[in-house]
Design a protein around this ligand. Structure first.
Ligand code: PLP
Length: 458
């Protein structure tokens, strides 16, 4: 009980045992016996409860969470407004199979999502349970609407691990190894990673600043359509407006705009996977808004319900015309998750998106300042609270240094800060959108200390 009060009232870490503590060690051992070894646990954080941006572990240690369950707990852990909405819904009913029966909150949330998704056109929503499911729905819809089968995706992309989504995922070979042949016919091309341009061009030389658009987008029309992907067989181009697992990579706006133009010329649909970048994380409702980008289909999940499993495939109404039975699931659009999502939206619109923008700018400035002190930081990038700090062996060669990323994760954990890597050697910061300046200062100070501590050895 005492620990709960402490958790509520502290906003910075309090460590009481060596890590992992004795109870955590027992849980980790138990877990190792029974749980699939396919999970990737970077360090032994064993949670007992969490509140706001703070997590208490099973030994009473309190951590500052700069990961939010991988960009999920958008309103912070167990926000009272979200918990109240969940409790109310739990008292009313838990499940009704939304694919077969009606309840009022479902179209209420869909109407709201449609208003908030980019583009003034009418839209419709299909609800699922996870990000991968939203991607499956988006791809099925694009195939159904176009009667075409080929897809274009990007290296570095992560769209999930179900068989269809996995065909699009091209982030790490371990996610693919042993699972071929792929279910879908996807051709991947390099993403717009200007920090390490796959074509060795710059924004001055690649066309990004001219009306023709950057080479990495034009390659779809100039190379793929002439060789491996007949345009009239291509259903959709699938992309993350800011690449997530691939390394928190922010493309130039002209990349997305050129892809939009190419797609329109051949009546190909554009799917924006905003599972990680959506729901206020980047300081706007959806990352697409930063680039004036309007997809035909948008996928949303992770932060959508502050931690309950829910996802949405949001599409142009004139595309989502499939008939009854074409696509549905038993649990998709669960009433408790929908209640949590409606409460989440109220909090986002009531100031959390704004806070994400402000705290994000503060952190980005802080980490850019740290570049003056730590040569290991090759790049600092992001929007709002979707921030990547890429570590390199040397700034001239930009050679990634994955061992340093692992050390930073572990050393931050030992100091009470929860972070997670992404890409080859990027520290990912995706805290709950409720964090304040003192918590940002703690993260800056801790990462500064950790980089100082590890630099001589990595
Ligand atoms: C952009 C993107 N799409 C899809 C997914 C898959 O989501 P889920 O793990 O909920 O299936 C993820 C998960 O990290 C993601 O980042």
């Amino acid at each position: 009980m005492q620990a709960t009060a402490e958790l509520k009232h502290t906003k910075l870490p309090v460590l009481k045992t060596a890590l992992p503590g004795p109870v955590a060690q027992q849980v980790v051992a138990h877990d190792a016996q029974y749980i699939s070894p396919s999970y990737t646990r970077p360090y032994p954080l064993v949670i007992k409860r969490a509140k706001g941006a703070m997590i208490e572990d099973v030994d009473g240690n309190i951590f500052l969470d700069f990961n939010a369950g991988v960009a999920v707990c958008s309103t912070g852990h167990a926000h009272p407004h979200v918990v109240e909405a969940i409790k109310k819904q739990v008292d009313d009913f838990l499940h009704i199979c939304s694919a077969d029966y009606y309840f009022p909150q479902m179209p209420q949330l869909a109407e709201k999502l449609n208003q908030l998704a980019p583009g003034a056109h009418d839209k419709r929503v299909h609800f699922g349970n996870s990000g991968a499911e939203a991607v499956e729905g988006a791809v099925k819809l694009a195939m159904y609407a176009t009667r075409r089968q080929k897809l274009i995706g990007f290296f570095g992309a992560f769209h999930g691990r179900t068989m269809g989504a996995l065909s699009l995922t091209a982030s790490k070979f371990k996610q693919r190894a042993g699972f071929g042949p792929q279910a879908l016919d996807v051709t991947h091309v390099p993403y717009a990673n200007c920090y390490r341009c796959p074509y060795n061009l710059t924004q001055e030389t690649c066309g990004a600043k001219e009306s023709k658009g950057p080479h990495c987008a034009r390659v779809i029309e100039e190379l793929l359509f002439k060789t491996t992907v007949p345009a009239d067989e291509c259903a959709a181009i699938v992309l993350e407006p800011i690449q997530g697992e691939g390394g928190y990579i922010v493309p130039p706006a002209s990349f997305l705009q050129t892809i939009r133009e190419i797609a329109d010329r051949y009546d190909i649909k554009v799917i924006a996977d905003e599972v990680q970048s959506g729901f206020g994380r980047t300081g706007k409702m959806y990352a697409s808004e930063h680039f004036g980008f309007v997809p035909d289909i948008l996928t949303s999940a992770k932060g959508i319900a502050s931690g309950l499993p829910l996802s949405a495939t949001i599409a142009r109404a004139d595309l989502m015309t499939w008939g009854p039975g074409a696509h549905a699931s038993t649990f998709g659009g669960n009433p408790v998750a929908i209640a949590a999502s409606l409460a989440t939206l109220e909090l986002l619109e009531d100031g959390l998106i704004e806070n994400a923008a402000q705290m994000g700018d503060y952190l980005l400035d802080g980490f850019r300042d740290l570049m003056g002190k730590h040569a290991i930081i090759g790049d600092v990038r992001g929007k709002g609270l979707m921030i990547g700090i890429e570590l390199v062996k040397d700034r001239a060669t930009k050679e990634p240094v994955p061992a340093a990323m692992v050390r930073v994760e572990t050393e931050c954990f030992k100091r009470g800060l929860i972070t997670l890597g992404c890409g080859q050697s990027t520290i990912r910061l995706s805290p709950p959108l409720v964090i304040d300046k003192d918590q940002c200062d703690f993260a800056l100070k801790t990462i500064d200390e950790v980089l100082t501590a590890i630099t001589p050895t990595v």
